[in-house]
Write a protein of this length. Structure first.
Length: 338
């Protein structure tokens, strides 16, 4: 059982009384700035989260399940949220969602706020956090489930895929199809750790086969159909000998396919395309694009089940690690023999 940091721990670490620590954390005007900073720093260091459920309710948890995701702008995380909602549907627990924008400082703030309401569980996308956020997660008195990624060191429970493996498997698939002049187009690469891991695994597998990535475009902004179309046009103009492009997301690969349709390029005869996530939008295209299924809905359902299991048994359950296998689909945009 984890011991939740309490006000007494903050006061002891800061070298002040509990009353002073309480006033400092409430920004009371009769507390000096130096004392306030000392207390706030102590709270961050031990992962203390103030309790906002007053009086007799302070020892109880709410029926909220905090869900922390980097974005709702893409098609990816809404499906995860659907899985969580489905998993909690028959229970009194309700998900409350916060978005971080791939910013670890914002994630830290969001985690602190959610935990202050004593949720019945916390589901967080990813394994990379600030030191303070990780400290809060480690001392949380509710089950913490990190989702989407298994390449790292989980705080407690973890459900997802290996993005390194996903990148390696797509590279192996393209090599088996005979492609050797390969380009990569990715977005949010400086902030999206999971996309970085896929790219690393992809490049490593190509290198093992003696194949050098012919071209790459690491775009720093959001994924969109327009961005995928524009970057594909730019890459093919720069590297006309490419026989395949791998994208960090299906949204980008659909944009690339739109460029091909607009310019008369035949897929996969002239250029092969592959993305990631197995989004539903692929089903409505004239040609189904190659992709990797990251099992987003199932991950959400499994995370909800861990939270529910804790509630049913009224005690912590042993840490769970579930690594799902990323499944590659050739679609119609890859051709055997390259």
């Amino acid at each position: 059982m984890k011991k939740r940091a309490v006000l007494k721990d903050v006061a002891r670490r800061a070298g002040v009384s509990e009353m002073t620590a309480s006033r400092a954390l409430r920004d009371a005007p009769d507390v000096s700035q130096s004392t306030r900073e000392k207390v706030q720093q102590a709270a961050v260091e031990i992962g203390y989260v103030p309790n906002r459920i007053a009086g007799a309710l302070s020892s109880m948890s709410s029926n909220l399940v905090g869900v922390v995701v980097p974005s709702l702008a893409s098609y990816v995380f809404p499906e995860v949220l659907s899985g969580i909602s489905q998993g909690l549907k028959a229970s009194p627990l309700k998900p409350v969602v916060s978005v971080t924008g791939y910013d670890l400082t914002e994630e830290e703030s969001v985690i602190r706020e959610l935990l202050s309401w004593r949720p019945s569980g916390l589901i967080v996308a990813g394994l990379e956090h600030s030191d303070a956020a990780r400290s809060m997660l480690a001392s949380a008195d509710c089950p913490v489930v990190e989702i989407m990624d298994t390449d790292g060191d989980p705080v407690e429970h973890c459900i997802g895929i290996s993005h390194l493996e996903a990148g390696r498997e797509m590279a192996a698939t393209l090599l088996d199809c005979g492609y050797r002049r390969i380009g990569f187009i990715g977005t949010k690469m400086a902030r999206d750790v999971r996309a970085q891991k896929r790219f690393t695994g992809f490049a490593e597998r190509l290198d093992q086969a003696g194949v050098v990535l012919t071209d790459q475009e690491l775009y720093e902004d959001q994924s969109s159909f327009e961005t995928g179309r524009n970057l594909t046009a730019r890459m093919l103009e720069r590297s006309p000998g490419l026989d395949c492009i791998y994208y960090s997301s299906d949204v980008m690969s659909v944009g690339g396919y739109m460029h091909c349709l607009a310019t008369g390029l035949n897929v996969p005869q002239d250029i092969a395309l592959a993305g990631f996530n197995n989004l539903q939008i692929l089903r409505g295209l004239p040609l189904e694009l190659a992709t990797t299924d990251a099992h987003r809905f199932e991950i959400g359902e499994m995370a909800a089940e861990i939270v529910l299991s804790h509630q049913r048994h009224h005690k912590k359950t042993p840490p769970v690690l579930r690594r799902l296998h990323p499944t590659v689909s050739l679609g119609g945009s890859l051709a055997r023999g390259g």
